[in-house]
Design a protein around this ligand. Structure first.
Ligand code: GAR
Length: 206
């Protein structure tokens, strides 16, 4: 099975959705590693319960972002990880990771990108007053929540919505969509190389 690592910084409900999908056979991949930059994050406990090894680190203990990313890369290679899945990993990646897993690293974001990148995407959508927002899964390039889009789902906003009610609907969709996309990659229904190739041309300025 496809060897996958998940990066997360927080609650880890998307990590859990992936682990649950594996446990009940909807997702045929192997979770080789959790990478987490916050020792207190609930996702660390979830990984322990799911029997997934974790690399938990404190960014401050490294001289630079490149420093800990090189350590992460070493561990990913050690575990022969083929696909990296960012799930609420709240750090901008440097070229070390972006180049190291170019075309093999996904992120999930709670908006219809390219609208509302960054933090608080749901709040941004509500403040703007859009009528439809959603969820995006995309390949990770060097930008903030940018890169070729792999999948999207729409979420309609209602008059009485709050950040909380929208976040709940968005999480629900994320928990279905992410395992499904990863399974489609594992079975070859989604071919990331095609998407990655297209964007590489743009990146080179052609
Ligand atoms: C998810 O909603 C994800 O889309 C978002 O963080 C949440 C993590 O939730 N990611 C971003 O905003 C990326 N810019 P979780 O820890 O419960 O999986």
């Amino acid at each position: 099975p496809l060897r996958v690592a998940v990066f997360a910084s927080g609650g880890g409900s998307n990590f859990q959705a992936l682990a649950d999908a594996i446990a009940d056979g909807r997702l045929q991949v192997e979770l080789k590693l959790l990478v987490c930059d916050k020792p207190q994050a609930p996702v660390v406990e979830r990984a322990a319960k799911a029997g997934v090894p974790a690399f938990v680190f404190r960014p401050k203990e490294y001289p630079s972002r490149e420093g800990y990313e090189e350590e992460i890369l070493r561990r990913l290679r050690e575990a022969d990880v083929e696909l990296v899945v960012l799930a609420g990993y709240m750090r901008i990646l440097t070229d070390v990771m972006v180049q190291g897993y170019w075309g093999r690293m996904l992120n999930i974001h709670p908006s219809l990108l390219p609208s509302f990148p960054g933090m608080h995407a749901v709040r941004q959508a509500l403040e703007y007053g859009v009528k439809v927002t959603g969820v995006t899964v995309h390949l990770v390039d060097g930008g903030l929540d940018s890169g070729p889009i792999v999948a999207q789902r729409a979420v309609e906003l209602r008059e009485d919505d709050t950040e909380e009610t929208v976040s709940e609907r968005i999480h629900h969709i994320e928990h279905q969509l992410y395992p499904q996309v990863v399974q489609d990659i594992a079975t070859g229904r989604i071919v990331l190389e095609q998407l990655a190739g297209r964007n590489q041309i743009k990146k080179d300025g052609i």
